[in-house]
Ligand binder design. Structure first.
Ligand code: NAP
Length: 416
């Protein structure tokens, strides 16, 4: 592969793709890393320190991650020139090496690209946005029992009203469409309306739900809940539910019990080792996750519901600071911090690197290096448990000691 301004490290190897779409990970995988803007360099250094220490602890010198710095956002403009927010080099590097990690990126104001994150998702077809949300003991949270929430949200990432098929109020396109809806379908829409279109497809739904069920099986989770608003949007959200059940029934028959079968066939008692697949209407789900959070586990949902649910769940366990994210497709995956660039804290070494470190935990699991992932989780639990935390948590935790971003990372790694 010929790159314009970057050179892959010579001491690493490429992750390869198997015929079934899964990945094969060598001992020294090259992982492209977008450090990110603002606080990106601080949190990336912290993540790097923790991950390298965990891999070293588990594998000694037999395995390591070989980071490959690639560029996007402000750093890309500085390196590649004006308006180059996402260079081809970066896309090609992720395509060549399959798995990448990124810090937050500034959204260009008035630049030639709407959102770098959205562009990455579309170009690499990263069709699932995956967010595990759990509470870490001691983190201040707005609910009485935050420990009861431990969910993994699979949000469809490419369809729904996020597809970007929108027509501005007053334009000819909007008016033509309104007229067509009236003439062809007899549907009345106010003439002064903007119009958005919500496509949800069989393919988009099935691959997302498939990934959620595969995850539940692999991680021995007990339930996958399809969250939709199908009572109102029957042919999009309702179809999402139906197609989701189809995947469960047709492709995972021996692993799953559907909610209807639970009562008909099993007297309401889940058979050992099976995964319950059920569904909930989105508005009810918001209530359920507040009132009975421990009844839910893995969630699969269309794009907009997933967007809302992810942040609502994050708030319940104390905010975005300790919630990781990943955009996953086949074969590519990009792991990322869920917060922004917090520019006022740039280069001050004060920010909480937890979100990016936990994203790296997801990446380690994706590579099949689960032992390293467990080690990092344990280190974070113990460090927060000892109340040695960055400013954002310290200001809310009684008796806590404030540490810098880099110190927080060192304390985590010292627990290994
Ligand atoms: P933000 O960067 O997330 O920061 C908002 C506030 O959240 C910060 O001032 C800070 O609050 C808190 N915060 C964020 N990250 C934190 C961390 N790691 N540890 C502790 N506290 C943290 O949101 P923004 O100011 O709205 O956006 C700034 C830029 O980031 C924009 O250009 C936006 O487009 C971009 N952005 C990028 C992404 C992404 O790349 N995925 C996501 C969101 C936003 P306190 O000041 O109260 O401490």
């Amino acid at each position: 592969m010929a790159y314009e301004k970057i050179t892959p490290p010579a001491n690493g190897e490429q992750i390869t793709v198997n015929s079934d779409g899964s990945i094969s990970v060598p001992n020294n995988p090259i992982i492209p890393r977008i450090v990110g803007d603002g606080i990106g360099p601080d949190i990336s250094r912290a993540m790097d320190h923790v991950v390298n220490a965990a891999v070293k602890k588990v594998f000694g010198n037999s395995k390591s991650i070989v980071w490959f710095d690639v560029y996007a956002g402000d750093a890309s403009v500085a390196k590649y020139g004006q308006d180059v927010w996402l260079p081809d080099d970066t896309i090609e590097a992720i395509k060549e090496f399959k798995v990448a990690i990124k810090g937050p990126l500034s959204t260009p104001v008035g630049g030639g690209i709407r959102s770098i994150n959205v562009a990455l998702r579309q170009i690499l077809d990263l069709y699932a946005c995956v967010r595990p949300v759990r509470w870490f003991t001691g983190v201040p949270a707005p609910v009485k029992e935050p420990q009861k929430l431990n969910v993994v949200i699979f949000r469809e990432n490419t369809e729904d009203i996020y597809k970007g098929i929108e027509f501005k109020e007053g334009t000819k396109d909007a008016q033509d469409l309104i007229k067509h809806l009236k003439d062809r379908y007899g549907k009345d829409v106010n003439l002064d309306s903007g119009i958005g279109i919500k496509p949800i497809s069989i393919q988009g739904t099935k691959r997302l739900v498939r990934m959620a069920i595969e995850y539940a099986i692999e991680k021995k989770r007990r339930m996958v809940t399809l969250v939709h608003k199908g009572n109102i949007m029957k042919f999009t959200e309702g179809a999402f539910r139906d197609w989701g059940y189809e995947v469960a029934r047709d492709e995972f028959r021996e692993h799953v019990v559907l909610e209807t079968e639970l009562w008909d066939n099993f007297g309401g008692k889940m058979p050992e080792g099976k995964i319950l697949v059920n569904d909930r209407i989105a508005d009810a789900m918001f209530q359920q996750l507040l009132l009975r959070p421990d009844e839910y586990d893995v969630i699969a949902t269309p794009n907009l519901n997933g967007d809302y649910l992810s942040d609502a769940c994050a708030a319940q366990v104390g905010g975005l600071g300790l919630v990781p994210g990943a955009n996953i497709g086949r074969p590519y995956a990009v792991f990322e911090a869920t917060h922004g660039t917090a520019p006022k804290y740039a280069d001050k070494d004060v920010i909480n690197p937890g979100s990016l470190i936990l994203s790296a935990v997801m990446m380690l699991e994706h590579l099949g290096w689960d032992e390293c992932a467990h080690l990092v989780i344990k280190g974070i639990e113990q460090t927060i448990g000892a109340k040695t935390v960055t400013y954002d948590l310290e200001r809310q935790m009684e008796g806590a000691t404030k540490v810098k971003c880099s110190e927080f990372a060192k304390l985590i790694a010292e627990k290994f």
